[in-house]
Design a protein around this ligand. Sequence first.
Ligand SMILES: C[S@@+](CC[C@H](N)C(=O)[O-])C[C@H]1O[C@@H](n2cnc3c(N)ncnc32)[C@H](O)[C@@H]1O
Length: 330
Amino acid sequence: MGNALSAFGHPWVPHQEDHPKPEAHEKPHFNVPDVFPGAATAEPAPVQGTDKSLSKRAQKRQLKEERFRARKKARRAVEKTIRKQRKKERKSERLEALAHCDPEERERILKERIDIMRAGRVAERAKREHVRQLIANARKYAVCIDLGWNAQMTEKERKSLARQLTYSYSALRKSVEEGLQPLALSIVGLDGLMKPKLTSAAAGWESWPVTLSEKSLQEVHGKRKLVYLTHDSEHIVEELDEDCVYVIGGIVDRNRLKGATALKAREMGIATARFNMDEIVQMEHGTRVLTVNHCVEILLQVANGMSWKDAYMKVLPERKGLASSIDGAT
Ligand SMILES: C[S@@+](CC[C@H](N)C(=O)[O-])C[C@H]1O[C@@H](n2cnc3c(N)ncnc32)[C@H](O)[C@@H]1O
């Protein structure tokens, strides 16, 4: 596993739906201009059936998530068609304009355009490489995702975790592109169960410029000061300590493995801490147990000087009902 150049990971999930919710009886629809007839016919992929072994509530949640994903996929397809159509239109406008030029002028314009495009590609590659270097060289604010839980998860959960890892890396890359300082990210305990899932979620993950290791948490970071982040801790993570490695459990368990990380930390003699959401924001619904990528994103914002309150408000999806902050909380 190295730091070779590669394409970047998958786009990060948007936090809110920007289309009105369809009524239960109707299919989701999209406001696509009539000028794009191909796009207007795009429909969400059919939602698969729910897992009957789950509780009614979990089935409902699963269905909701699947509908959300199907709508997002359909929306992306529509956007892609629109982009393609606009590109085509711009090209024919250009050709139309060129048709009126004399051959010399036409050649000059075409050459100029090729040069501009070439320069743009070179600049884009250089920027991408610069971002990769910044991420690879990050030393401050170490965050480790501990994948030592793969054997305790189902196929589906591992698949979901793989997606969360790609969202985490993607969020890191995008924020560095926007000028934030990177976290020193490591992902440990990569095994034969997780690797294929990661490959399906994000081709090229092997060359993410972060520490990727098959070794365990103890083997990679055993000599450092570790803090296992867990919802079940009685301690709160207040200010981030530059000397610590903050460990996030690489787990998707739909609440099945309650207290698992707290127990592991106790057995390893590692300190634990939880996020202080209870004290800072009012959550109308949803669980306070966060996904791996939300933990990474919150730490990323706080490491860049954002208050915990603002980081929760920014990162946590509206679906959790983060209506407001508690008075006076920061
Ligand atoms: C989906 S949770 C897994 C919950 C699992 N049952 C456990 O025992 O940790 C994924 C990881 O995110 C981190 N996490 C989630 N919510 C947290 C919170 N409120 N405070 C601190 N860490 C949290 C923990 O590291 C956790 O292992």
